[in-house]
Design a protein around this ligand. Structure first.
Ligand SMILES: [Zn+2]
Length: 97
């Protein structure tokens, strides 16, 4: 058996989700909406482009931008910057079309 190294520190529980309109709310009120940095393929795109758009993600480690909707609150779409390692949210703003 090899030495696996030190035991990693436990991941802190994420705090309340800070909706800019409703204030801090329980994360269960929100639904994940995807990656705002992935461009939707245009008309006439290949099946390969659509498959990549629908199923392939980078799964970045660290700060990531994400769409969230406050489904059980104001109903607005938000863009959150969240650390994918600690799950802590660094910023939240309204998603504009
Ligand atoms: Zn809200």
């Amino acid at each position: 058996m090899t030495d696996a190294g030190p035991t990693p520190a436990p991941t802190p529980a994420p705090g309340p989700f800070p909706c800019p309109f409703c204030g801090p709310r329980d994360e269960a009120e929100f639904r994940y909406g995807g990656d705002p940095d992935v461009a939707r393929p245009g008309p006439g795109s290949s099946d390969e482009d659509w498959a990549r758009y629908l199923y392939v993600r980078e799964n970045r480690r660290g700060l990531a931008r994400e769409y969230w909707v406050h489904a059980q609150g104001c109903g607005l779409w938000l863009i959150a910057e969240r650390d994918s390692v600690t799950h802590l949210i660094h910023s939240v703003r309204e998603a504009t079309p």
